[in-house]
Design a protein around this ligand. Sequence first.
Ligand code: ZN
Length: 339
Amino acid sequence: MKRKNLFFFAMVVMFLAAGVLAGQEMPKEIKAVPVVGGLYFVEGLEGGNVAFLATDEGVLVVDSGTTPEEGKLIVAEIARVSGRPIRFLVLTHYHGDHTFGLQAYPPSTVIIAQQNTADNMRSLNEPRLRGMMEKQMPEMIATQKLKVEKLRKKNGKELPKEEEALKALETQLAELKELCFVYPAVTFQSKLSVFLGGQEIEVVHLGRAHTDGDALVYFPKLKVLHTGDLFFAGSYPYIGVEAGADTANWIAAIERAASWEVETVIPGHGRLTDESGLLKMAAYLSELRQAVKDAIASGKSLEEAKKMAPLPAWKGFERERLLPTNIEAVYNELAGKKD
Ligand SMILES: [Zn+2]
């Protein structure tokens, strides 16, 4: 598997794991907690952060949840909390942990995304998932079957474990096959406003950052900003090189968003914070760019640069395994080499 597909693969595995868990008697606990003025944050999700604004005129949701199962739980929680129909769902970008829950929402929900996100859903998500469904997973299952048959013949002691693994793969494939591809009905280039419940919600694209189709969702009346994956709170970010990420513009986008009047920042991943928390992401990206620039200037190869130890300011960030991929993304960006 090509390296750049690894994140996608991890995402699919997460999707499958969440589905398998949902299939067993382990109902997941999710809960909408009030943030301010009818805006709620959904706690207990597997992947990207979901928030929603409940008004008398209906509900606007930001991102869908990671799986159809999770989407269903969110839809039920919204109904419980608001008792109003879901009218709009804004996608912050195309990654599966923000979009694979879409099919659970009522068909009347107007799905909104930046144009590149709609394109990425069609050109990246769908073919890869079809590949998983039609090729990779059936191949994995065939290999596992052979393994199990061999063990059966010699009555190997690993048989029960391997049979279990085969069953899990088959269940995962069956669940993957249930996924429907749902696409945005409304797209925009740089800005779109939704008017709901007496307030304007601004959906803004500030150019290439985490991907080439990121949308920030700003609630000026409530002074709340959902950043999507422009911000991983307390964690190394994923840099979406396969979809035109650009860390220089990412920093500029964060700085611009941080100049808006915001009291609460909802990151794409991690806990709620404020603008000072958001600016830490820009500081990380700036330091990373400088460190990689220095590595290039001192003649380091990509492989050498990737062994760089975390800088002191990044200590304690989660997902440290993403650091080498962050370095690689920036190294290639600085070398003018794009995927
Ligand atoms: Zn993402």
